[in-house]
Ligand binder design. Structure first.
Ligand code: AMP
Length: 547
């Protein structure tokens, strides 16, 4: 049948064309790895992206080839996002904080042909390049630097590379189902697995994820992704900002609270995104700098559960609305965003605040369901807990380089999270299935225990873990990181639980630690805590606990 409507492929090149044509002058601000702040516009960014794509083509890089990045959030990284994907190649962001062994594993699994790296990573890559046989070209993301050139044979320099390219380069025509970018899961259990996003999945995620009940980003926003560009494509923000022509503020390597507070104030950031540890840091940074962040209206928080006490502190002290979202590498990542429904608008503020605690509702384009361990579908009654499964336009089907689909027999992806969903569709993550505490056959949510501890003013961060117990199999132990120079005792923390959870869920112990171990994306590494403290309730080891 004749097409009754146009069919244009949903490709990243079309996003680049749009932002270049209609938002060329809108600023892109970048804190470089040298500490210098550079200012360009979307027009210049896309011009460089075109130069890059044409230069890569001249160097024999082919469509579909993976181009890895080991880099912080900067302007050049943004150009690589658009130049590589627009040019039909695959932008593969790697996490710079990975151990050398994992970096090598991932580069080889992805068969990266090119590596773009920030200056600080040149020595690391020089030491590993012999173990990365597929890499034909390493590009330092900056101007020529003889000292760096001496460290790695054949090292190229980004600024020289793009100078060879053509700013009028036209994107090749590619099918929307072709791959555009690649991200690996954090691999806390086993080897990391690659998720290969397509142009179509990325564009649909961009359009649906930015609906008014999603990120709701507009041309009037100044947006700062404090989530790294290697963490699920900075949650899609570079693409969404391009789609709407928002000002983009890229914070570079320094995500500490003071640096962010100053940047937010200087660039009048209206919307920022990051994991809860970043916002904890920002609270301290705001305190220390006294920066005027009245411009900041909203912050989107996900990656781990957002503690309710943080929502209240940001709202009451700084007038910032913290919006909770949930997602994973396998889900591009936006799975749910927490916004109110019409019936909530007239509710008193406390009732609204209560509503905002959940991880949120799915936008059009993803579906959620709960199942029990036998795979039976469970009710969405807000009470029944089950394994959370998801399907949709931007959800993984098969991991990169794997033959078998990652889905259930009936086409759903099992997230590994335990959740409830209420009749309005609000989903609450109770735990990761591997973290939840199974005490005498009953489940205890570590998220709930952590939220209660974090609400104590002397607590900077807290993690609850399952400790082995001779009678109950597992019992909760909470590990607390205190704010600097603040004191709080085990008894005081335990007292916070009275009346908030049933008595049998109150932790057996509270232990104190100077710094909770954080993974590469800012999440507490509970597996490490279980190694350290998982036995403290066993009679033979109870003496060996920390001071
Ligand atoms: P990653 O793929 O590294 O981003 O990790 C995804 C996992 O992070 C999810 O399966 C959840 O367990 C967890 N996660 C993400 N967002 C949230 C959230 N808002 N609340 C609780 N857990 C979350």
């Amino acid at each position: 049948m004749q097409n009754s409507m146009m069919h244009l492929p949903l490709v990243i090149g079309s996003l680049a064309d749009h932002v270049e044509r209609f938002h060329a002058a809108t600023e892109v601000v970048s804190v470089e790895t040298t500490g210098e702040v550079t200012r360009t516009g979307w027009g210049a960014v896309i011009g460089n992206a075109r130069r890059l794509a044409s230069a890569l083509e001249m160097h024999g890089v082919m469509q579909g080839d993976r181009c890895g990045t080991i880099a912080w959030n900067t302007r050049r990284h943004l150009e690589i996002y658009f130049g590589v994907s627009g040019g039909g190649m695959v932008c593969h962001t790697l996490n710079p904080r990975l151990a050398a062994e994992q970096l090598v594993y991932i580069v080889n699994d992805a068969r990266d042909r090119v590596l773009f790296i920030d200056r600080g990573f040149v020595p690391t890559i020089a030491g590993l390049i012999d173990q990365m046989p597929t890499v034909k070209m390493v590009v330092m993301m900056g101007a020529r630097d003889e000292a760096l050139a001496a460290q790695l044979d054949g090292l190229q320099f980004y600024d020289e590379l793009i100078a060879q390219g053509d700013a009028a380069f036209q994107w090749p025509q590619i099918a929307e189902t072709e791959p555009s970018s690649l991200c690996y899961t954090s691999g806390t259990t086993g080897h990391p697995k690659g998720v290969l996003y397509t142009h179509r999945s990325t564009l649909l995620h961009t359009l649906a994820g930015n609906s008014p009940d999603g990120l709701a980003l507009s041309a009037r926003d100044s947006v700062m992704p404090a989530v790294p560009m290697f963490h699920v494509n900075a949650w899609g923000v570079p693409y969404i900002a391009a789609a709407v022509g928002a000002k983009l503020v890229l914070p570079g390597p320094k995500l500490d609270g003071e640096s962010l507070a100053r940047l937010i104030a200087a660039e009048r950031v209206s919307l920022a995104l990051g994991v809860p540890t970043v916002w904890l840091g920002l609270l301290q940074g705001l305190e220390a700098t006294g920066a005027d962040v009245s411009c900041l209206k909203r912050a989107m928080v996900g990656g781990t559960a957002l503690p309710p006490s943080m929502i209240a502190e940001f709202r009451d002290r700084y007038g910032v609305d913290l919006v909770h979202l949930w997602g994973m590498t396998e889900t591009s990542p936006l799975g749910t965003v927490n916004q109110l429904l019409q019936k909530h608008v007239a509710l008193p503020p406390e009732a609204q605040a209560e509503r905002r605690l959940a991880q949120g509702r799915p936008p059009y384009g993803v579906q959620l369901r709960l199942v029990d361990s036998a795979g039976h579908v469970l009710p969405h009654d807000g009470v029944t807990q089950g394994e959370l499964q998801i399907r949709g336009h931007w959800i993984v089907d098969t991991y990169y380089n794997k033959d078998r689909s990652a889905l259930t027999f009936d086409g759903w992806f099992d997230t590994g999270d335990i959740a409830t969903i209420d009749p309005d569709g609000y989903m609450v993550i109770r735990d990761r299935s591997k973290d939840i505490i199974k005490s005498g056959g009953e489940w205890i949510s570590t998220v709930e225990l952590e939220n209660i501890a974090i609400a104590h003013p002397a607590v900077a961060n807290a993690a609850a873990i399952a400790a082995r117990h001779p009678k109950w199999d597992e019992r909760p132990v909470v590990i607390v990181q205190r704010h600097l120079r603040m004191e709080v005792s085990e008894e005081e923390i335990l007292a916070c639980y009275k009346g908030k959870v049933p008595n049998w869920q109150i932790p057996d112990r509270v232990l104190f630690i100077d710094n909770l171990p954080l993974g590469a994306t800012g999440k507490v590494v509970k597996a490490r805590l279980r190694e350290l403290y998982g036995e403290v309730l066993m009679p033979e080891t109870a003496e060996a606990e920390p001071a």
